[in-house]
Design a protein around this ligand. Structure first.
Ligand SMILES: Cc1cc2nc3c(=O)[nH]c(=O)nc-3n(C[C@H](O)[C@H](O)[C@H](O)COP(=O)(O)OP(=O)(O)OC[C@H]3O[C@@H](n4cnc5c(N)ncnc54)[C@H](O)[C@@H]3O)c2cc1C
Length: 459
């Protein structure tokens, strides 16, 4: 518990109105998309770098944990106060400071919602591609801390490919600027890349500098429907091998299709085994040519229906279905275990076969969807968390899926991070030495372990 005398000091730093200790406020900031609940002692809303710095200095003096939080949409528990303490809500840092159309860069605060930023940038004919399915509510700070990715990663990369500089308040309260405002820069260690994806354990991000690219002139979305999952997997390999680089290449299996249709009622084919969504973008004539080629590949690989969205509205409907998968699965099973393994793209058919085999053998319902274009599969294990035996079976299945992923040359997390949910499996991928080196880095940044303790590493 944070002592009353310390709460008074915190109130003096940020103003009484920005400190909440009522139970109902604490409950609101006690969970994220993992649906696990940990009550913070207090919730603090900040909008100034000096406040963040003073809070962290006080946390070191008084020994309480500080947990940075954006929109709380993380899937691995990064924003959860697992050891109590102070949840530092960053959503008041919500200004787009500058969009530099001459240098194609932007300076933004971490509380800006990703989708809002993208709209502003696109109004100027520019493009910030990272597009997590949570873009309508997740914050750029959360995206940077998790190195979020999305469907466009296949062509445009993920958050780390766009962040060129940061302002960060270190756990000690010191304020540093990392990186550059230029397109190049190799001075010293790349602290920017170290902070990106550090899940709020190495510093509190207070400013982000990103690079932008020109907005593609045109785009088209193709939907292909399959009676056999293997045919969809073969199509993915076929598209990649054809040397067309789609802007997105997403897939959902039958379980995902049924869940979304049940949620949205938009006429998805519930008897199909898989749907592929492919987006191509670029110059209009190239887009038309590539869309036609992809249509052919889908048909040749066994799709029983292929259509190209005729206008922006039908295109948006197709993507609405894709973005609704996570919420619709959460709706029917809030306790589901959501994994985001990534394998080399050519190994997608192997890992899907393996997951289906594990599901059958362990009697579990595993719904799969994901970013097939970059090998990132979200396997969702639908469990009843009140049935201990089922939970144990699911945990054993997760370990088996992770091992199969690593055996295929993959990674246990493509975009959701480690947080608390994957911490028990960290050594499977990194080994003892890898984990030890990372813990030593954490110690350099945070000698007293006050910033987001209990995350990434098992404590
Ligand atoms: C429906 C749904 C769909 C999703 N789809 C995707 C997807 O396609 N791709 C993907 O990558 N993720 C996805 N996610 C996961 C999640 O949205 C992302 O991880 C997102 O980046 C989290 O942003 P947030 O603002 O909600 O951060 P939070 O959940 O609040 O925090 C996430 C982590 O960032 C840290 N953090 C937040 N702000 C700061 C800051 N200013 N400084 C330092 N650390 C900070 C927190 O401590 C925590 O460790 C999805 C989630 C949902 C619910």
């Amino acid at each position: 518990m944070i002592a009353k005398s310390v709460i008074k000091k915190i109130q003096r730093i940020v103003g009484k109105e920005n400190v909440r200790s009522e139970p109902e406020e604490r409950v609101c900031y006690s969970y994220d998309a993992t649906n696990q609940i940990y009550l913070p002692d207090i919730v603090v809303f900040t909008a100034r770098v000096s406040e963040v710095s003073d809070i962290l200095k006080l946390a070191n003096e008084e020994g309480f944990p500080v947990i940075p939080r954006g929109a709380g949409s993380g899937f691995t528990g990064g924003a959860l106060p697992v050891k109590g303490g102070l949840v530092l809500v960053m959503t008041r840092f919500n200004r787009i400071l500058k969009i530099d159309t001459e240098n194609l860069t932007a300076f933004v605060e971490p509380g800006v919602v990703t989708g809002d930023f993208q709209k502003e940038v696109e109004r100027l004919g520019l493009f910030y591609p990272p597009d997590p399915a949570s873009l309508k509510f997740s914050t750029l700070g959360g995206n940077v801390a998790e190195c979020a990715g999305g469907p466009r990663a296949i062509k445009y990369g993920v958050t780390k490919d766009y962040v060129i500089g940061l302002e960060v308040v270190l756990p000690t309260g010191e304020i540093i600027s990392t990186g550059v405002q230029t397109m190049k820069g190799v001075v010293g260690y790349d602290l920017t890349k170290l902070i990106v994806g550090s899940e709020g354990t190495l510093g509190v991000i207070t400013k982000i500098i990103v690079k932008l690219i020109p907005l593609p002139a045109d785009r088209k979305t193709i939907q292909a429907i399959y009676n056999r999952l293997e045919d969809a997997a073969t199509t993915v390999a076929g598209i990649i091998a054809s040397k067309i680089l789609p802007a997105a290449l997403e897939f959902m299996d039958r379980g995902a299709i049924i869940c979304v249709e049940d949620f949205l009622r938009i006429g998805l084919p519930v008897d199909a085994e898989a749907i592929l969504l492919v987006e191509v973008d670029g110059d209009p004539h190239v887009v038309t040519k590539d869309a036609g080629k992809i249509q052919d590949i889908c048909s040749k690989c066994g799709a029983n229906r292929v259509e190209i969205a005729g206008d922006r509205e039908s295109e948006e409907n197709l993507w609405k279905a894709r973005r609704a998968i996570s919420p619709s699965l959460l709706r029917i099973n809030p306790a589901k275990i959501n994994e985001d393994i990534t394998v080399p793209r050519s190994k997608i058919p192997d890992i899907l076969r393996k997951i289906n085999h594990i599901a059958k053998r362990s009697g579990l319902n595993i719904v799969n969807f994901g970013h097939a274009g970059d090998g990132n599969i979200h396997g969702n294990i639908m469990i009843d968390k009140n049935k201990e035996e089922e939970v144990n079976r699911a945990e054993a299945a997760v370990r088996e899926i992770f091992q199969a992923t690593l055996d295929l040359g993959g990674t246990i997390s493509g975009e959701h991070g480690i947080g608390i949910t994957k911490a028990p499996y960290l050594k499977m991928e990194l080994g003892d030495l890898g984990v030890d080196i990372m813990q030593r880095v954490k110690k350099v940044f945070d000698p007293n372990g006050i910033l987001n303790p209990g995350k990434i590493f098992q404590s």
